[in-house]
Design a protein around this ligand. Structure first.
Ligand SMILES: [Cu+2]
Length: 134
């Protein structure tokens, strides 16, 4: 029985070590709120929402490579960052559930070809911008 407790003790130490080693040099991803599995890529695109506005209207990503968007919703109003082929929003590239802040969520965006893409908050369509992929 004593051996079992020792094993459990070692296991919890291991879990704590794993939990602590998760945060890399990028400290911009909030206090462990968002998605637990995704460790933030240092090249991840950064965008925030506050006062019903995005912090930027232009994002840039590399063509042919999956990329991440770290979205920091700083207010209680629900927002998302949805990506569409163009402003008609007819062709979806990434559409995730809007969420209320303050909270940071990291989106995983599949690789895209070079071009100019449209993003918006689906709740507030006047919150919008362009992702340049090149
Ligand atoms: Cu919104």
């Amino acid at each position: 029985m004593k051996r079992l407790f020792t094993a459990l003790g070692l296991l919890s130490v291991a879990l704590i070590l794993v939990a602590c080693s998760g945060s890399g040099p990028n400290s911009n991803t909030g206090g462990g709120a968002g998605t637990p599995a995704a460790s933030a890529d240092p090249r991840a695109l950064q965008i925030a929402a506050n006062d019903l506005k995005f912090s930027t209207a232009t994002l840039e990503a590399r063509a042919g490579k999956p990329f991440q968007i770290v979205f920091d919703n700083q207010e209680g109003a629900p927002h998302n960052v949805s990506i569409y082929k163009d402003e008609s929003a007819a062709e979806k590239i990434l559409v995730e559930e809007p969420f209320s802040g303050p909270k940071t969520v990291t989106y995983q965006v599949p690789a895209q070809g070079a071009g100019s893409y449209f993003f918006r908050c689906d709740v507030h369509p006047e919150m919008k911008g362009t992702i340049e992929v090149k």
